[in-house]
Design a protein around this ligand. Structure first.
Ligand SMILES: Cc1ncc(COP(=O)(O)O)c(C=O)c1O
Length: 426
């Protein structure tokens, strides 16, 4: 017998500590019974259009039959095996496919389990790259308002640090630069020169084109490109954190595809497996890899996670790449991107709309009202959308969508209509 709603909530309250939650003020979590296609269903049978693809993971819809089949086929073969000293078909097949679609300079893949670990690995790789070449470099450069995860290295690199107070004394040394735009680009380049002259900079980490947790703030590829070139000229490794932007969200397979200068290291997770298995990959160039290739044992990269290269994750990630590059999904990404542009045109002059922006399937609308990032008014807006059958999570006064690539125009239109409705109610 499945548990009823009260039993689930009771047991949840007894033992579970949910992420990003202040229990004293939080409302009870919603018990979800199942999900299918672009919808989540709660235990009362209510359905919610998943307008943020469950934190940008299930880009091909929930319980996608192609992905379900991939995992079912693998489950009878091999669930898991140590990835140090052993390998398997799902990992090598995935590797070939992924290298085939990544920017041309990416050659080697290092597996882990979540976005934060992929970033942690990238930062460590960059530090050790210089160390192995006889240079101790201890500083990372990162963008203002960046977010890279919740482990220590990733937290250090993130500047959205309102919740990082207790940990700041333990952070690695990170210097921040503003996100470039047409007005500040020369001064950002000058800041980089200054930082490089006065510190031992190992790497620059950035979310290319869209800073997700900063409420989908966007910047131009040509401005980013100039920064990357400057870092390259200074011998500093560049790390593109594509945990959020990767796998089609910005309209190209990777956001870095739109930027002429390619990163040395890249981080992936979230939609890598289409939201089925927790898995992450850090990729790097041959040059980075070669700095670790040596007769001396200690020059190897002694980092490892128990579930690295999990065969179920690899099998489903392979199938997800097939879906991503299929004509149907590529066409749909275009349709969603164009629908967003059209919708923006219809609301941009609304008095309750301050700014709008979009990049691929990512759409963000800043409402013309003051709100805390996770305050009461923001929670009311979240609840309003849930009551109207849409699951999205505003960040402060920004309402944003990152719908599954399988979304139908009618579902998008319904979501736009609800946004219009709330604009006239607030
Ligand atoms: C750009 C970026 N990097 C890293 C992370 C951390 O990923 P995870 O939550 O899987 O640790 C996130 C999570 O939202 C992210 O958006």
């Amino acid at each position: 017998m499945p548990l009823n709603k009260e039993e689930i909530q009771h047991l949840d309250q007894q033992h579970i500590w949910h992420p990003l939650t202040q229990y004293k003020t939080a409302s009870e979590p919603l018990a979800i019974s199942h999900a299918s296609g672009n919808y989540l269903y709660d235990v009362d049978g209510n359905e919610y259009f998943d307008a943020i693809s469950s934190w940008y993971t299930c880009s091909y819809g929930h319980a996608n039959p192609v992905l379900t089949k991939a995992i079912k086929d693998q489950v009878d073969q091999l669930h898991h095996v140590v990835f140090a000293g052993m390998t398997h078909e799902p990992a090598v097949v995935l590797s070939k496919k992924l290298i085939g679609i990544l920017p041309y300079n990416q050659q080697k893949l290092f597996f882990s389990e979540n976005g934060s670990t992929s970033v942690e690995i990238a930062l460590k790789m960059a530090f050790q790259y210089h160390f192995n070449r006889g240079e101790k470099r201890n500083v990372v450069i990162a963008f203002d308002n960046g977010f890279h995860g919740d482990t220590f290295g990733a937290m250090s690199a993130s500047s959205l640090s309102v919740y990082n107070g207790p940990f700041e004394d333990f952070f690695i040394d990170v210097k921040r630069i503003p996100v470039p735009n047409a007005h500040n680009i020369e001064s950002v380049l000058a800041q980089i020169d200054d930082l490089v002259a006065n510190h031992k900079v190992a790497s620059f980490i950035y979310e290319p084109l869209v800073q997700g947790a900063a409420a989908m703030q966007m910047h131009k590829p040509e401005d980013l490109c100039r920064l990357l070139l400057r870092f390259r000229e200074s011998g500093i490794l560049t790390i593109a954190d594509e945990v959020m932007t990767g796998f089609g969200k910005t309209g190209t397979l990777f956001a870095s595809d739109q930027v002429m200068n390619k990163p040395d290291i890249m981080c992936f997770s979230k939609a890598l497996t289409g939201g089925i298995m927790p898995m992450a990959i850090t990729s790097c160039t041959q040059e980075v890899y070669e700095a670790f290739y040596d007769d001396e044992l200690a020059k190897g990269f002694f980092h490892g996670h128990t579930y690295s290269g999990n065969p179920l994750g690899c099998a489903v990630a392979s199938a997800a790449i097939d879906l991503l590059i299929s004509q149907e999904i590529q066409d749909n990404i275009k349709i969603i991107s164009e629908s967003h542009l059209y919708f923006i045109d219809t609301i941009k002059d609304h008095p309750k709309v301050m700014h709008t922006r979009s990049c691929g399937v990512i759409l963000a609308i800043d409402l013309n009202i003051k709100m805390q990032r996770y305050g009461n008014e923001r929670d009311e807006i979240l609840k309003w959308f849930m009551d109207h059958g849409i699951f999205l999570r505003p960040l402060g006064n920004t309402v944003y969508l990152v719908p599954p690539f399988t979304s139908h125009v009618s579902e998008l239109n319904d979501t736009y209509q609800k946004i219009n409705l709330i604009l006239n109610e607030i």
